[in-house]
Write a protein that binds this ligand. Structure first.
Ligand SMILES: Nc1ncnc2c1ncn2[C@@H]1O[C@H](COP(=O)(O)OP(=O)(O)O)[C@@H](O)[C@H]1O
Ligand SMILES: [Mg+2]
Length: 345
């Protein structure tokens, strides 16, 4: 690929330094994705500008006009502090006709509403846990089709915000308490779902039209106390010290029969097609004891730090980090060309 000018959009707090030398592990952890992406793109001879964006679109417009990038690398996960606004930034890039990496705004919208995505997938007979939504202000009354235990989540937040051991409820009283917590503390509607006891599997998918599935990945909860539910809480996901203490690691999923593996891969592709996801995405499942892969959520533009699940599963399939980022750029440019925008490659 010829060298490109790449404008990388990110949260202003995560704009990385040129070098990670002299920073502690905890400090690096804050901006490691942004650092990995910018430094690797530079090592591939691309010209890179990191731009912090949060409350205004004008800086994007100014950078596009003055610097004329070939493509925007979209690492934004929110705007105005709202997770659901990230799709609007992709829409803006689409409207001003600039090629950008990752998912299109329709895919983001369909997958972000966790209830909406499950309704669409259920129609296509993809196994989803039974669920109900309790909007803010609505009284909590458990429908008969939902049996305890249940898990209570925000209907559209991500990164395990509001997910802790208390999210899994075994009584109606605890259910009411936890729904109130989501309404009041997280400030969104609550999604109440059948709790699926089982393994936690992640499947990376890359592509716009032709989809490539990466090896099925598993989060191993290590030595969590016997009484603890094996779920990806905020602590499990983000607390490096806790991960080390409890031996929480991720790696290729072992002991899946070839048929089951093929089924999971097929479902992951169907999820991406149904939800209009393109670029790169990670589809998350819980595999029940009777080997049903229940869809939990799809993440457009998933976390792509070098050491995280997506890039590691790519590396396991011999797609190095450098080649992965190159592929992501190519997909962004190819989508642009399909719409008649962007430079020739
Ligand atoms: N229905 C479910 N059954 C069992 N565990 C679940 C279920 N839904 C979510 N979880 C656990 O909670 C974690 C976070 O839920 P998820 O819907 O992926 O929210 P987020 O967008 O915050 O990542 C999952 O990775 C999984 O460990
Ligand atoms: Mg998740």
């Amino acid at each position: 690929m010829k060298p490109l000018r790449v404008l990388v959009l990110m949260h202003p707090d995560f704009v990385p330094p040129e070098s990670s030398k002299g920073y502690s592990e905890a400090e690096i952890n804050v901006w490691k994705t942004e650092y990995d992406v910018c430094s690797t793109l530079r090592s591939l001879k691309h010209e890179v500008k990191a731009l912090g964006v949060q409350d205004e679109l004008r800086p994007i417009r100014d950078a596009l006009d003055s610097w004329k990038p070939d493509i925007v690398f979209n690492l934004l996960e929110q705007f105005h502090g709202e997770a659901i606004y990230d799709q609007n930034v992709a829409s803006y890039l689409e409207l001003i006709r600039v090629p950008y990496t990752g998912c299109n705004p329709r895919g983001m919208m369909l997958s972000r509403g966790k209830d909406l995505s499950k309704k669409l997938l259920h129609y296509h007979r993809i196994p989803v846990p039974p669920f109900a939504v309790f909007p803010r202000g609505r009284k909590v009354h458990r429908p008969a089709r939902l049996t305890l235990p249940l898990i209570v989540k925000s209907v559209n937040e991500d990164a395990s915000l509001g997910i802790s051991q208390a999210s899994v409820v075994e009584t109606d009283e605890k259910l009411k308490e936890r729904v109130a917590f989501i309404h009041e503390q997280i400030g969104t509607g609550a999604l109440v779902e059948q709790y699926i006891e089982g393994r936690e599997l992640y499947v990376g998918v890359i592509g716009n039209d032709r989809l490539r599935v990466l090896p099925v990945w598993e989060l191993d909860f290590g030595s969590l106390p016997e009484s603890a539910h094996r779920i990806a809480t905020e602590k499990v996901k983000h607390d490096v010290g806790y991960q080390e203490k409890r031996g929480i690691i991720h790696g290729p999923a072992k002991d899946l029969s070839p048929q089951l593996r093929a089924k999971i891969e097929r479902i992951a592709k169907r999820v991406c097609r149904t939800l209009d996801l393109d670029g790169y995405a990670r589809v998350d499942f819980r595999l029940s004891a009777d080997n049903v892969p229940y869809y939990i959520e799809a993440n457009p533009n998933p976390e792509i730090a070098k050491e995280e699940e997506f890039a590691q599963s790519a590396a396991h399939a011999k797609l190095s980090y450098r080649r992965l980022l190159t592929r992501i750029l190519q997909l962004g440019l190819a989508r642009g060309r399909m719409m008649g925008i962007g430079a020739e490659q």
